[in-house]
Design a protein around this ligand. Sequence first.
Ligand SMILES: [Zn+2]
Length: 354
Amino acid sequence: MRTAILYSQKMREYDLGHVLTGERYERFMRLFREKLGDNPVFEIVEPGYATEADLKLVHTEEYIRRAERCESRDPYDTPLSPGVVRAAKLLAGAGKLAGELVQSGAFSKAIVIGGGVQHAGRDYEKGFGIFSDVGICAESLMQNYGLQRILILDTDAHAGDGIYTIFARDPRVLFISIHQDPRTLYPGPSYRNPVGEGEGWGYSVNVPILPGTGDLAYEHVLDTIFVPLAEEFQPQVIIMVDGSDTHFMDRITRMGLTLKGIYRIADKVRETADKACQGKVIAFAGSGYDPEGLLFPRGWLASICGLTGLEVDLDEPYPFPPGYRSDYGALEVRTIVEVLKANFAPYWRCFSSS
Ligand SMILES: [Zn+2]
């Protein structure tokens, strides 16, 4: 089955004037064309801008108007300008289109380059994100196509607090977020591993792990949390939010993964989707901040190759830090997983010991 790569040169307008630069997307595409451009599995699809109705799948009218007036809550973190807001609508449109391409059966996978808004909520921008491409994708699949079970796996190093607030009360969406403990990283300690609200109790599974945790610990969480939950929930599609800010060279986070580790996450999602939902995955690859911009294109490529089962040259662009171990934090993460399984045992059969 084929994979759509959703990309437009117009995404370059998503330039926040700090670590999130507009040239990131074309920089990735150059590497993609060099390594995978001839592969017939892929088709580059140009998305259009989200319409007012698309945005309203998630966002309030009042907030959409405020964003269009470029009245930013936090101009240092998420500055709003006409170009940035336009590009945010393009990412939102890409999120919706990605869902449609997979749902129609034309593609088994669709990957939004530069997407993966995690922190924006229904009525606010936050943490580099303006309109929730992930939220609009999932809401469109539920409201326009009647899907009843969507699994969102967020493996970005930051906790997806915005995605959480959008779906906290919705048991049709199982949200699993594996991230660096928010007591040590944005969005900060106010995000206390919530488990959902109302009918959505038990449908948000947050896995906070320690800074410096390596590949093996991450793999353990996927094997013991994500895979059994996917088997029990039986999603009709998996939405994946990844990127490469989990890598050991990321300058904002401290998760300690290698490119191979990033590949393995996506590889596991592919295997799980093959069993659960005919291989249907919509992925958003947008994060990763390294000093020379060498890492994130490779990280996104590693993830795309894992998702599609392709081999890729995974040479690390930076040397390993002194004393680096891929099993760092493995023991601690086992304890975190056992506590979490006990907490969620009332909600999920796969976690009950009987
Ligand atoms: Zn992140």
